[in-house]
Design a protein around this ligand. Structure first.
Ligand code: CP
Ligand code: NVA
Length: 304
């Protein structure tokens, strides 16, 4: 039996397939607008497991699946036997007998990998402590809608070296854009993501100076200073304050730079109202494109 087509990480999917999905996402977005029928997943069921809260991922996968003709089942780990110590492996085997694909948002990346290893249907990463690939697919789609190809453009990340940054690092290699990272000492991204990106052609710099990272950037990206489930690692906000995206920092970027944030935002912390509600910001386009990008991911995973 051939193994299912999982969507675990951008590093695990070829650049050609990622590009195919983005083209497909654009086409499906267009079809939705023109009202053209687009129901390739009729009769298919997606199980969604959430071990952490979610607004965008939950609603966009649910709506996306319905728009493609399929259905969803919403599960939380705590309400399943998983919460009473049934193993991930057994859960994967059982769910594979019922549904056509599984989307999971969970804590450790190993839980996701174990689920994928034991499932006989595609598994999609809806965020782990380590990565958030669906978010970055939507972000690349959003950048390209506004400004054209990301190739050779300069993205700048400022703030915490977290899961969203890890997927952005993988994307920098897969899509060929440059990435400057500014993080306080002790909040660097995991070395294996930086090393993978560099080994695969990524052009990545890491500094502690947000002004240096943002200088001349085409796109400035940030995220919360405290990710879900990472509260124990939380550092005083004074450590991150210099990394806040405000108008003064945005002035170091290109005049027509975009501002991105995966949301939810902590206004007044990692970003000011002026920036997130201002002319550079495309945060709600990113949120919308979660729907379109994930429809392409679902169609790719479930391609006959
Ligand atoms: N950006 C994102 O994944 O949002 P949710 O946590 O609301 O799903
Ligand atoms: N880094 C954030 C992203 C939320 C979508 C978190 O993991 O909480």
């Amino acid at each position: 039996m051939t193994s299912p087509r999982h969507f675990i990480d951008l590093s695990a999917v070829s650049a050609d397939d990622l590009r195919f999905m983005l083209d497909d996402a654009r086409a499906r977005k267009e079809r939705l607008k023109t009202g053209e029928t687009d129901r390739p997943l009729a009769g298919k069921v997606l199980a969604m497991i959430f071990d952490k809260p979610s607004t965008r991922t939950r609603v966009s996968f649910d709506v996306g699946m319905r728009q493609l003709g399929g259905e969803t089942i919403m599960l939380t780990g705590a309400e399943m036997q998983l919460g009473r110590s049934e193993t991930i492996a057994d859960t994967a085997k059982v769910l594979s007998r019922y549904v056509d694909a599984i989307m999971i948002r969970t804590t450790s990346h190993d839980r996701l990998l174990e689920l994928a290893e034991n499932a006989t249907v595609p598994v999609i990463n809806g965020l782990t402590d380590d990565t958030h690939p669906c978010q970055i697919m939507a972000d690349i789609m959003t950048y390209e809608e506004h400004r054209g190809s990301v190739k050779d453009r300069l993205f700048a990340w400022t703030g915490d070296g977290n899961n969203v940054l890890h997927s952005l690092l993988e994307a920098s290699a897969r899509f060929g854009f440059r990435l400057n990272i500014a993080v306080p000492a002790g909040s660097e991204p995991q070395a294996r993501y930086v090393e993978w990106a560099r080994a695969n052609g990524g052009r990545v710099t890491i500094t502690q100076s947000p002004q240096e990272a943002v200088r001349g950037a085409d796109c400035v990206v940030t995220d919360t200073w405290v990710s879900m489930g990472q509260e124990h690692r939380a550092r005083g906000h004074n450590v991150f304050q210099p990394y806040q995206v405000n108008e003064a920092l945005m002035r170091h970027a290109k005049e027509d730079a975009l501002f991105m944030h995966c949301l939810p935002a902590h206004r007044g912390e990692e970003v000011t109202d002026e920036v997130i509600d201002g002319p550079h910001s495309v945060v709600f386009d990113e949120a919308e494109n979660r729907l379109h990008a994930q429809k392409a991911v679902l169609a790719w995973c479930l391609k006959p």
